[in-house]
Design a binder for this molecule. Structure first.
Ligand SMILES: NC(=O)C1=CN([C@@H]2O[C@H](COP(=O)(O)OP(=O)(O)OC[C@H]3O[C@@H](n4cnc5c(N)ncnc54)[C@H](O)[C@@H]3O)[C@@H](O)[C@H]2O)[C@H](O)CC1
Ligand SMILES: [K+]
Length: 504
C-alpha cells in the first residue's frame, strides 16, 4: 500500500471533495465520526474528555469529535488554543455548532493553562498534517504540560508537532501520544523508531478518500500488508519435484555459533527450498546432521571457522552467507573468494556484512544486480556509516541500493526494504518478542529459500520479511513476547504461510 506525503494527503482531500460533490465540512464530519467510533470503543463514557483544539482543520476535527462525544453522553470540555481569528473556515463553522452545554475555554497564553483531573482523557487536535513549522509559543507550552501529565492522550491524525514525512526540527514541541488515530492511511513518520515515543500505538480509520486518487498518485514509499504479498506466493505444480524449487547453499556457523547455521537452515527449509546444502566448520557437522537432517552438510576443512567454498558451486542457484561466521582471517579470505568468483544471487547477513564493511577492496568486488543485504541498524552503520536521524538513514540506504544495484533489508520494528529503483517498503508484521538472538539468522534462511524458488529478489525480500514477522506474531499466542525464541519463529512459519495463502 502507498504512503502519502502531507501534500499528497491534502490533494486527496480536495480530489475526494470534488469527486463526491461534498463540502469540506462533510468530509470533516466523516473523519471525526471515524475517530469518535474508535474512541467510543476504547474509552467508556464515564471518563471525562478534554479536547485541545488548534486553529486549523485538525482543530476543526476536534470540535466535531467533541460534539459527537457529547451526543454520546461523554462529559466533554473543549480547550481552544491560540488565536481563533486566524482559524480555518471549517474550524469556525464547527465552533458555531458546538452545543452550549459543552464548556469552552480559550488558552491564549501560558497563564490560561489548566490542570486536568487525574483520570480525564485528552484528545489532541492541535495540529495534523497541515503543520508547516516547528511548534513553539503557547502551543508548545500546552504540549509540554500535557506530556508531563499521566492522562491518556489520543491524537487525531498526527501527534501534534510531529512532521508527517520529514525530520521535525529539534526546537519544535511534540505531543507524546498514547494512541494516534490516522485518517485513511498511516503516515511515514509512524514507521520510524525515533518517533515511537510520540506516536504511541497507531490505528488507521477509513474516511473514504478517493481510491482513484490514491492509485494514480506517484510515490516511492509503501507499507506492506497481507494483501500486498499474498498474491506473490506461487502455488506448487501438481507434477512437482524438488529440482523445481532450487538448491540453496548456506555458508553459516562458526565454533560456538553452529546454532546460527541450524536456524538459517530451518528457515530456508520451511520457506520451501527444494534442496539445501550447508557448508559449516567441521565442528558443526554432527550438530547440523542431527538438528536438520533435511539439509546436506559439507564439513569445512577448518574445525572452527569457514575457510573454503564448496567445490561444485554451479549446482547452487543462491547463496545465503553470514550468520554465525565470525570474522577470522580465513573466513575473510573465503568471503573475498566468494565475491570474486561467484555469480550467484547472494543474501548477505551478519558477519559477512561486517567483513565486507571493513574492506574497501571487498566492497569494490560486489557484483551488481544480485545482492540482498540484511543488516540490523548496527551492521548497517558499519556498512555505510552513521546517519543523523531515521530519515537520513533511509536516504543513505537508498543511495547504497542505487550504488550497488542491490536490496537492503534494514531490520527493526518496521523493517524497511530499500530497492535499487529507489523505493522503500515498511513491513507491518512482527513484535518486540523478535528482539532475541537468532531471529535474523532465520530471516536470512527464509529469504534465501525464496530466492532459490525463483522469486525475484524483491519478492523474496517482501515475502520473507512479512512472513518472518507474521510467524512471530502467531507465536505470541503460545509463547508471548518475553519467552519467544528464534526457534519459535521458525516453528510458526508453516502456520504463517498457510494464513497468507488464505488471503485473497
Ligand atoms: N484529508 C484528510 O485526511 C482530512 C483531514 N482533515 C484534518 O485536517 C488536518 C489538516 O488540516 P490543516 O488545516 O491543513 O492543518 P492543521 O490543522 O494541521 O494546522 C494548520 C494550521 O495551523 C497553522 N500552523 C501550522 N504549523 C504551525 C505551528 N507550528 N505553529 C502555529 N501554527 C501553525 C497553519 O498556518 C494553519 O493555520 C488533518 O490532519 C486532519 O486532521 C479533515 O478534517 C478531513 C479530511
Ligand atoms: K493532532
Amino acid at each position: 500500500m502507498k504512503l502519502l506525503t502531507a501534500a499528497q494527503t491534502r490533494e486527496a482531500d480536495a480530489f475526494t471533495i470534488q469527486e463526491e460533490g461534498i463540502s469540506s465540512t462533510e468530509l470533516m464530519e466523516r473523519a471525526a465520526k471515524a475517530f469518535a467510533g474508535w474512541f467510543e470503543n476504547k474509552f467508556p463514557p464515564s471518563e471525562e474528555v478534554f479536547v485541545f483544539c488548534g486553529p486549523g482543520n485538525n482543530g476543526g476535527d476536534g470540535l466535531v469529535v467533541a460534539r459527537l462525544l457529547h451526543q454520546r453522553h461523554y462529559k466533554v470540555q473543549v480547550l481552544v488554543v491560540g488565536d481563533t481569528q486566524k482559524a480555518s473556515a471549517d474550524f469556525k463553522v464547527n465552533l458555531e455548532q458546538l452545543p452550549k452545554e459543552v464548556p469552552q475555554n480559550h488558552i491564549k497564553s501560558e497563564a490560561d493553562l489548566v490542570r486536568l483531573p487525574e483520570k480525564a482523557c485528552v484528545i489532541d487536535a492541535l495540529f495534523g498534517t497541515g503543520l508547516n513549522r516547528p511548534v513553539t509559543g503557547v502551543y508548545a507550552k500546552v504540549i509540554e504540560q500535557l506530556n508531563q501529565y499521566d492522562n491518556t492522550i489520543t491524537s487525531i491524525d498526527m501527534p501534534s508537532g510531529l512532521y508527517t514525512d520529514s525530520q521535525t526540527p529539534a526546537e519544535g514541541a511534540i505531543i507524546k501520544a498514547d494512541y494516534t488515530i490516522s485518517f485513511q492511511l498511516p503516515k511515514q513518520a509512524f514507521f520510524l523508531s525515533q518517533h515511537e515515543v510520540y506516536v504511541g500505538e497507531w490505528h488507521v480509520v477509513p474516511i473514504g478518500l478517493s481510491e482513484q486518487f490514491i492509485s494514480q498518485t506517484q510515490t516511492n514509499l509503501f507499507f506492506t500488508t497481507a494483501k500486498d504479498v499474498a498474491h506473490l506466493l506461487k502455488p506448487r505444480k501438481k507434477f512437482s519435484h524438488k529440482g523445481i524449487y532450487g538448491h540453496a547453499l548456506l555458508l553459516c556457523g562458526g565454533f560456538g555459533k553452529i546454532g546460527a547455521a541450524v536456524l538459517a537452515a530451518r528457515g530456508c527449509l520451511r520457506a520451501g527450498v527444494g534442496l539445501l546444502t550447508v557448508q559449516a566448520p567441521s565442528a558443526g557437522y554432527t550438530v547440523l546432521q542431527t538438528a536438520v537432517p533435511e539439509a546436506m552438510t559439507l564439513a569445512d576443512k577448518h574445525r572452527k571457522h569457514l575457510s573454503e567454498l564448496p567445490q561444485e558451486m554451479d549446482k547452487f542457484n543462491v547463496i545465503g552467507v553470514g550468520p554465525g561466521l565470525g570474522t577470522e582471517r580465513v573466513t575473510k579470505s573465503t568471503i573475498g573468494q566468494l565475491l570474486a568468483t561467484s555469480s550467484h544471487p547472494l543474501v548477505i547477513d551478519a558477519d559477512a556484512i561486517n567483513i565486507i564493511s571493513s574492506s574497501e577492496k571487498l566492497k569494490a568486488q560486489l557484483k551488481r544486480n544480485q545482492l540482498i543485504f540484511t543488516p540490523h541498524p548496527k551492521e548497517f552503520e558499519r556498512l555505510i556509516g552513521k546517519s543523523n536521524n531515521d530519515y537520513d538513514r533511509l536516504k543513505d540506504m537508498l543511495e547504497f541500493c542505487q550504488e550497488y544495484d542491490c536490496y537492503v533489508v534494514l531490520k527493526g520494528n518496521n523493517t524497511a526494504l530499500g530497492t535499487p529503483d529507489g523505493e522503500i517498503y515498511f513491513n507491518t508484521t512482527g513484535n518486540p518478542g523478535m528482539a532475541t538472538g537468532g531471529t535474523g539468522d532465520v530471516l536470512t534462511g527464509i529469504i534465501t529459500g525464496f530466492v532459490a524458488q525463483n522469486y525475484t529478489l524483491k519478492e523474496a525480500c517482501l515475502l520473507g520479511v512479512y512472513l518472518h514477522g507474521l510467524a512471530a506474531d502467531l507465536a505470541l499466542n503460545t509463547v508471548g513476547e518475553v519467552s519467544m525464541t528464534a526457534s519459535d519463529v521458525v516453528d510458526h512459519l508453516p502456520q504463517a504461510i498457510l494464513q497468507l495463502q488464505q488471503v485473497t
